[in-house]
Design a protein around this ligand. Structure first.
Ligand SMILES: Cc1cc2nc3c(=O)[nH]c(=O)nc-3n(C[C@H](O)[C@H](O)[C@H](O)COP(=O)(O)OP(=O)(O)OC[C@H]3O[C@@H](n4cnc5c(N)ncnc54)[C@H](O)[C@@H]3O)c2cc1C
Length: 311
């Protein structure tokens, strides 16, 4: 029996596909095939799944909504577990909320507002899952996922589950330890500051309007959000500066490579046009780095994760 059949025997209803292109699993709609795509297992199924993959020495990667990824046109040499669900799994008590890692961030934001649990409004409109958001410490408007997290249930690469504190996860700007270890967020608990429902609703509307005005709608325009991290402050007196500002000044908005081009309203976002390949996106990002290096002597660091081989 091959590995796909073995996993299917363990979990008869789980969608498992062999050599499936990953383009459908990312908001950039790019990516070649992987040997095994395991689609949308529940948090309960993940430990046994990981143990089975280990037993068969099959390397694996867990992704969420694929909204921060560019996957190589040549695909990946590992199994991919897509842990992303459009059915929110959320439990709340007073201002505490526990949520499954595969829940969409925007679903969580909406839930906490509608049920007046507390303020997670800044997550409104951020694509991706809670798990992906915690791994990358996603955020907006000066706030990020690590701020109000009290604990997370983490699945280690050996298939064992443990509880982690925010200190264990070593949050930093768009970073957590999970980005290095590849361990998996099964669920997370947040304790949220109390804010009135009307105030949160108005803030959500303002944020969604802002996003509509300044970001591409990824449902219609392939992209993965900001390509580069903002520039770290070089002294205590300075604040982190927008990478988009330097890119705009370096002339990035006029750059294209094949089907990849820069979003007209935001110089730090690459969008995919007709015939765009992952290699085009990589090459354009290299051009952007060179332009900012030449004009400002600054080294841009990618925020979007490029996976697989690029030439
Ligand atoms: C239009 C647009 C706007 C965006 N705006 C913002 C913004 O305002 N702020 C912001 O921070 N980001 C933004 N992003 C980027 C993206 O939405 C976030 O990085 C998001 O948190 C990624 O979540 P995901 O589930 O899509 O993760 P993926 O892209 O699927 O994966 C990203 C990383 O997280 C890991 N990962 C995924 N799930 C888990 C899990 N359960 N446990 C552990 N690791 C996991 C993956 O292995 C990978 O390394 C934007 C993207 C787009 C397309």
């Amino acid at each position: 029996m091959n590995l796909a059949s073995e996993i299917q025997t363990l979990f008869p209803k789980l969608p498992i596909r062999e050599n499936k292109p990953l383009a459908d699993c990312t908001t950039f709609q790019l990516g070649g095939p992987c040997p095994l795509l395991i689609d949308n297992p529940s948090a309960d199924q993940l430990p046994a799944l990981v143990q089975k993959l280990n037993e068969q020495e099959m390397p694996f990667l867990v992704i969420g909504q694929g909204s921060n990824l560019v996957i190589s046109d040549r695909g990946l040499d590992c199994a991919v577990i897509r842990f992303c669900s459009d059915k929110p799994k959320i439990e709340a008590h007073e201002n505490r909320v526990t949520v499954s890692g595969d829940t969409l961030l925007d679903d969580l934001a909406l839930f906490t507002i509608e049920n007046e649990i507390g303020d997670l409004t800044y997550c409104s409109g951020i694509p991706g899952t809670v798990g992906g958001g915690i791994a990358g410490n996603a955020g907006a408007f000066g706030r990020q996922m690590g701020d109000h997290l009290t604990s997370a249930e983490i699945l280690g690469l050996d298939g064992t589950v443990r509880s982690a504190t925010p200190a264990d996860l070593e949050f930093a700007y768009r970073h957590s330890k999970l980005k290095e270890t590849g361990e998996i967020v099964l669920s997370a608990t947040f304790e949220l500051p109390m804010v009135g429902k009307k105030e949160m609703q108005a803030e959500r509307e303002r944020i969604l309007e802002f996003r509509k005005e300044h970001h591409p709608d990824w449902h219609a325009t392939p992209c993965a959000g900001s390509v580069f991290r903002n520039i770290e402050a070089t002294s205590a007196a300075e604040r982190r500066q927008a990478a988009g500002h330097f890119l705009e000044d370096a002339g990035a908005k006029a750059m294209t490579v094949g089907g990849a081009k820069i979003f007209e309203k935001h110089a730090n976002i690459i969008i995919g046009g007709v015939g765009c390949t992952a290699q085009n996106v990589w090459d354009l990002s290299e051009q952007m780095i060179r332009a900012v290096q030449k004009k400002f002597d600054l080294e841009l660091v990618r925020e979007v994760r490029f996976l697989g081989k690029f030439s």
